[in-house]
Design a protein around this ligand. Sequence first.
Ligand code: CA
Length: 226
Amino acid sequence: LIVEDEKRMASLLLDGLRDQGLAAEVCGRGDEALELLRMGGFDAAVLDIMLPGRDGISITKELRAWGNQVPILMVSALGSVDERVAGIEAGADDYLAKPFSVKELAARLKALGRRSLKMPQQTGEHMLSLADLTLDLHRREARRGGERLNLSARETLLLEVLLRHTGHICGRRLLLEEVWEYHFDQGSNLVDVFIRRLRQKLDIGHELKLLHTVRGADYVLQEGAP
Ligand code: CA
């Protein structure tokens, strides 16, 4: 789904992606795009940030809050670092600054499609899963190999955030914001402490490790070493 309100740009992208062998549809309004993506059926979304009806960042946040994992590639004319970070932190998978070549867009979309195969499978509307790990979002109950994990509410939320980003590196800042709603890093080792505790409950006694540390301070949940 191409979500773009500038008609010329939209038809350029539509034709270009078709030339690259990708079927696409255009939607020019943010609120309508949210409804379409929510209903499913798209392999990926190319999402402009400035849109009538609803902006691209809030669309992404809303979809991710619902557990919708459609791969999102955000595009914007501004292309500042802050905006890129805001897009990725909202849950977008990739970002391109305008102007970009349709060829590059197509290549990135194909890469996203491949990556999405490794995203957590949606086993029903309220379940997230990875390997033999499941999280029931309604009951707030996590299980590994069928055995219930004894997690606190905060640990469950941390696990949910990690599961929603399966295969993607989660930095301290993202975790502090999404799990604790801290919009700054106050320099404590809060995240490290919780990760350690979660890892003990999740991975100890299991041959297949799911929660990994990357570069000493970032984390990723996935099958096998990063
Ligand atoms: Ca726009």
